[in-house]
Design a protein around this ligand. Structure first.
Ligand code: C5P
Length: 226
């Protein structure tokens, strides 16, 4: 589309889960399918952006024309994002990053001798917060999964994480989100007067939701860089 506010912009997107190794054959992860992040990448590309997609392990093929950077762990995802963020206008953090990783990865396969065992975990870096706190950050877009008080927590996260836009979904509805092809979200951002604004995106295919998120991001980007 010629009227696209994203034409020619470099957009960096994270997607999918991360895998945190326990030993050479085991890992900790989560149920993220990567579908929302891949939908964002495909739509951003269609809207004329140059897209780099940093993705954890998924079953999905890279959308055509998108520069896919495959990673496994949260630390690898952060490294890849930092390697590509310098020329990004917009950063969209859609990945379901594991909050914790193993304090130490076993070099050999752990034997199942003991009846109980404990794994020591340490906190992973917050990729979105790390990028938003750079000296000259790209415009940052985040996601929030909440089960209650969605607006309250989303507004708080906007401010705390220095985001331009946040897309919040109510994860108490298990028929959408994660492995689903559909989603429903509410977008939150601050207008030029600093007032909180919101827009509900009714249940729709993830590609449709992705386009709405990207159009809102493009509008905000235009306001900030006119
Ligand atoms: O704080 P919370 O995990 O709810 O924030 C979710 C947002 O932060 C998502 O956009 C997610 O991609 C991003 N995030 C991240 N790195 C983490 C945790 C979350 O980029 N370690």
């Amino acid at each position: 589309p010629k009227d696209s506010p994203l034409r020619g912009l470099n957009i960096l997107i994270t997607a999918g889960p991360t895998r945190e190794a326990i030993d050479p054959v085991r890992y900790l992860s989560n149920h993220s399918s990567g579908k929302m992040g891949y939908a964002l990448a495909a739509q951003a590309q269609r809207l004329g952006a140059n897209v780099t997609l940093v993705s954890g392990p998924t079953q999905l093929a890279a959308p055509e024309g998108v520069n896919l950077v495959a990673v496994e762990s949260a630390q690898e995802m952060l490294d890849a994002v930092e390697a590509h963020v310098a020329d990004a206008a917009i950063f969209i953090a859609c990945a379901a990053v594991a909050d914790y990783r193993l304090a130490a990865v076993a070099t050999d396969k752990i034997k199942k001798n003991a009846d109980t065992m404990q794994l020591e975990l340490v906190k992973n870096p917050d990729i979105l917060a790390t990028i938003a706190n750079r000296p000259q950050p790209p415009m940052c877009v985040g996601f929030a999964a909440e089960t209650q008080d969605v607006a309250h927590y989303a507004a708080d996260k906007l401010k705390r994480k220095k985001l331009a836009l946040i897309a919040a979904n109510d994860v108490s509805d298990s028929s959408i989100g994660f492995n689903s092809d559909e989603n429903a979200m509410t977008l939150f951002w601050h207008n030029a007067k600093g007032e909180l604004e919101q827009k509900a995106l009714d249940r729709a295919p993830k590609l449709t939701i992705a386009e709405a998120i990207l159009r809102q991001a493009g509008e905000l980007y235009g306001e900030r860089n006119h």
